[in-house]
Design a protein around this ligand. Structure first.
Ligand SMILES: [Zn+2]
Length: 376
């Protein structure tokens, strides 16, 4: 699955129409939710999707095209289904909430054909084509179309199903160490810093947030400040995502096998003494991007337990204890000197390849043979 976001440039009238659709679908959702709750109170039974459907038609909601009535009701019943599943499995999934206009920011189309992009315009009922900025071609088959409102305007979102793309084997493998000093250190000796804007934009957010907190509740100026904060958040998100996309693409493209540490385990070990870093969330995103990119290229991601990867000498296997502040690995046994994180990345790669020997026979024979050779 792949998601495309294209910005819409509606004129005043079209923007008004989109706003009204959002408002009406939100009301419909809330009314339907209210009805479900009341029905349960009186009959002790859940009103299912199709029985509820009868109460929502052209007469009751004349301003909403029927497909949005459908998808909005679907959404409500899906969140109920999730809630009930959570109850069964003992997971905490919240009861469906009433939506405010701040939270309700999207609605879906019944199928892709209902919202097609033709010659730079996007057609949604009652409008004669909204200008859309399609900055890239669509790959795969569109499965879902959504209209999304963000801090900086309207977007059309297409979720497409992409098949597996066949690529030439590179016969290369890489191990990655995700750390605080470098965002990534790899087993080839590359050290990549997190870009400065990771921190810089965070200061900006703190600043605008402070302005927001000083504004009187319910005032126009507060509303404006709220919009500025939201826009800044959006900008940071995009900058980060863009950078992470490029980095993960590079590793997925240049290698057949990528080995990373299992973050759930390492997060606890590494950050035991350290303040929670903003990198944490970015690591997770990075790994999931990497995973999905490798998958579409029919390549492999291996996750390993990071225990001891920073202590073992990647050349001779001796255990060389070091504190968190010690940045260089110097092996007293074989006199190997390497950056601490690069040494760890090399160990991660080895660990992954050994692990794959046991688990995954699908990996090309050459990879595993090489691993056994380097370990022998
Ligand atoms: Zn050594």
């Amino acid at each position: 699955m792949r998601t495309y976001d294209f910005k819409l440039r509606p004129n005043k009238e079209q923007a008004k129409y989109l706003d009204s659709l959002l408002l009406e679908t939100k009301c419909l959702y809330n009314n339907a939710l209210q009805e479900l709750i009341e029905h349960y109170k009186t009959t002790n039974k859940y009103l299912n999707r199709f029985s509820q459907d009868k109460n929502y038609n052209k007469q009751t909601y004349p301003n909403i095209p029927s497909q949005f009535v459908d998808t909005t009701l679907d959404r409500l019943h899906r969140s109920f289904a999730n809630f009930f599943r959570g109850l069964k499995q003992g997971k905490k999934i919240g009861f469906p909430r009433f939506q405010s206009y701040k939270r309700w920011s999207s609605f879906a189309f019944r199928d892709y054909t209902q919202g097609k992009i033709k010659q730079g315009k996007w057609y949604i009922s009652k409008t004669n084509g909204i200008k859309v900025i399609q900055h890239r071609d669509i790959e795969g088959t569109p499965k879902l179309t959504r209209l999304v409102k963000r801090a900086d305007g309207y977007y059309v979102q297409l979720v497409c199903e992409t098949g597996v793309i066949k690529t030439k084997k590179t016969n290369k493998q890489v191990g990655l160490d995700l750390g605080l000093k470098y965002f990534v250190a790899d087993s080839n000796g590359n050290k990549i810093n997190a870009p400065k804007f990771f921190r810089k934009s965070e200061y900006k957010i703190v600043k605008v947030q402070r302005v927001l907190s000083k504004r009187k509740k319910g005032s126009k100026r507060r509303n404006k400040a709220r919009q500025i904060v939201a826009k800044n958040h959006l900008k940071i998100q995009r900058q980060r995502k863009d950078w992470l996309h490029k980095l993960s693409y590079k590793y997925a493209n240049e290698n057949d096998v990528v080995v990373v540490e299992n973050l759930n385990v390492s997060g606890m070990i590494k950050n035991k003494h350290l303040a929670l870093s903003i990198s944490d969330a970015s690591w997770q995103t990075f790994v999931s991007m990497l995973e999905y990119k490798l998958q579409t290229l029919s390549k492999i991601l291996i996750k390993v337990n990071p225990a001891y990867t920073s202590q073992i000498c990647s050349e001779c296997g001796a255990i060389v204890k070091k504190s968190l502040s010690q940045r260089t690995h110097c092996c007293p046994e074989c006199l190997y000197v390497e950056d601490r994180d690069v040494n760890a990345a090399k160990n991660i790669l080895k660990k992954g390849l050994v692990q794959s020997l046991g688990e995954n026979t699908a990996i090309a024979g050459s990879v595993t043979r090489e691993a056994t050779r380097s370990l022998a």
